[in-house]
Design a binder for this molecule. Structure first.
Ligand SMILES: C[S@@+](CC[C@H](N)C(=O)[O-])C[C@H]1O[C@@H](n2cnc3c(N)ncnc32)[C@H](O)[C@@H]1O
Length: 251
């Protein structure tokens, strides 16, 4: 959210919006309040979820992202809204934030870019005060027998870490000091939808419908061949990839 000038929340961004809201609700439920609670949105991208968390829940939010261009865009996007969020450049593994200083941290679909989830959870629990809440969405491996090569190709195509099972994520979170950990699958609303979309897309390539898509993508400066290559590289692993949310309280 916040990436595309033709972003339509109800069409392409709906599931991401619902994800941001569901993390906001999870944090609110655990904290017992949201208005004025300090919240760090780690890997905030171009700020769509951060702004949503401020506007809908009243969090006092700061978004942090590794990519300066994203942070600049997030600031610009936030200026269009009534209530503001702050943004800064920073690494999820070395956050520019004092120890025990925030009430909550959320990571909305950025954890999959961090291969060392143990280090990620350690950093999240360092900056979140005792009793505070950490809520993370991440891609997970759902099939222990899945092809390692397919998963590696998937990760490479998206510049991501190879997904690990939810149990491994929980173990890293627990070792970092999270308690009352809950995990739930949100695969049906995201990866499963992408799976169906990928099948339709790959079937349409080379047909008249594909040519329409090609023209639309090229108007946006996107090369259809590169998209086809990425989706095709992704598809074999998709049956073994899920999407999960983990929420816990800092001990
Ligand atoms: C898929 S985007 C999600 C952005 C945003 N949370 C959203 O849902 O719209 C992942 C973001 O994570 C950021 N990211 C990746 N690795 C990071 C790291 N080590 N520290 C901070 N941000 C990171 C990327 O720059 C990117 O903006």
């Amino acid at each position: 959210m916040g990436y595309s000038p033709w972003y339509l929340p109800t069409v392409v961004g709906d599931s991401q919006l619902r994800l941001a809201r569901s993390l906001g609700r999870a944090v609110t439920r655990r904290l017992g309040y949201s208005a004025g609670a300090t919240l760090l949105d780690v890997g905030c991208g171009r700020g769509g979820p951060t702004v949503e968390l401020v506007e809908r829940f009243g969090f006092d939010a700061v978004g942090v992202d590794l990519v300066p261009h994203n942070v600049r865009t997030a600031r610009g996007n936030a200026e269009q809204t009534d209530r503001t969020a702050d943004f800064c450049v920073g690494d999820a593994l070395s956050l520019p934030v004092t120890t025990d200083s925030v009430d909550a941290c959320v990571v909305v679909d950025a954890a999959q870019y961090v291969s060392d989830t143990a280090a990620l959870f350690s950093e999240l629990t360092r900056v979140t005060r005792p009793g505070g809440v950490v809520a993370v969405s991440d891609l997970v491996r759902t099939d222990p027998d899945a092809s390692e090569a397919a998963l590696a190709t998937f990760a490479d195509a998206w510049d991501m870490a190879v997904p690990q099972p939810t149990a491994a994520l929980r173990a890293d979170a627990r070792r970092a000091g999270l308690v009352d950990i809950e995990t739930r699958s949100i695969t049906a609303g995201s990866v499963a939808r992408f799976r169906r979309w990928a099948d339709l897309f790959l079937a349409a390539v080379g047909t008249p419908l594909g040519h329409v898509a090609e023209r639309a993508l090229s108007r946006e400066g996107i090369d259809l061949d590169a998209v086809v290559e990425q989706v095709a590289a992704t598809r074999p692993a998709l049956d073994a990839v899920g999407h999960a949310v983990l929420v816990g309280r800092v001990r």
